[in-house]
Design a protein around this ligand. Sequence first.
Ligand code: KMH
Ligand code: ZN
Length: 270
Amino acid sequence: MTTAIKPGSSKAPTRTLITVAPTGAESEKSAVPALPVTLDELVTTAKECREAGAAVIHVHIRDDAAQPTLDLSRLTDTVHTLREATDLIVQLSTGGAVSDSFERRLAVLDARPDGCSLTCGTVNFGDDVFMNPWGFMTELYAKTQALGVVPEFELFDFGHIAALHRLLAEHGEPFGGHVHCDLVMGVPGGMPGDAATLVAAVAALPAGATWSATGIGRTSLPVLFAALAAGGHLRVGMEDTVTFARGRAVASNAELVERAAAAAELPDHG
Ligand code: KMH
Ligand code: ZN
């Protein structure tokens, strides 16, 4: 993959694509005050993360009560505002929260983002279930193809990789012609976030696919280093971890991006 850092960046280009997932749907603002939940907070975060080396932003939004929402006009406004404020690639979550309906998750694409997440199967998600049955996956995939939205295939478990192979075989290539995946590791109920699992998952991906990886919670750093060692890209952010180091909360998404960018650049100094 060519550099994802666009011309004009104040950061030196690296070959590692960094996606920031700043908010998610799971953490409460009251418990995590640094979580960006308003549009202003999201834009500030996006600018800081861009400066720190991110190229893609994976977006979940919140309502006025800081609760997860898939409100279409808010999503559309968010896409436009992020595009005006930064040159980040804007990827909307179609996963939403575990309580969101398939109908609302499909409608996310009507906000016309650059890209979207597309999870390739159902997975236990802590005490909940994140539902992605085959019929929903295929309907969402067809809509990305029809509207010209680039899907990122989110893979929480090995069965999801098998479903991705089937999706591509039966429904053709994604918009843009290139398969890009994100291994989401360490979710309670999904694949573990460790190096051996990452290597096995990467080996099972479709030929020619590019991939990033993210580790949830305390698997964040093991997955980050394993991904770099295996030649992959990175996703970081407060959607996935709210702890920077033992006993120290994340102060901002930008510090997670800064750490990821610094780690990604280390091989150039070797
Ligand atoms: N919030 C999770 C239930 C995605 O963004 O597509 C689903 C999720 C995946 O975060
Ligand atoms: Zn997400």
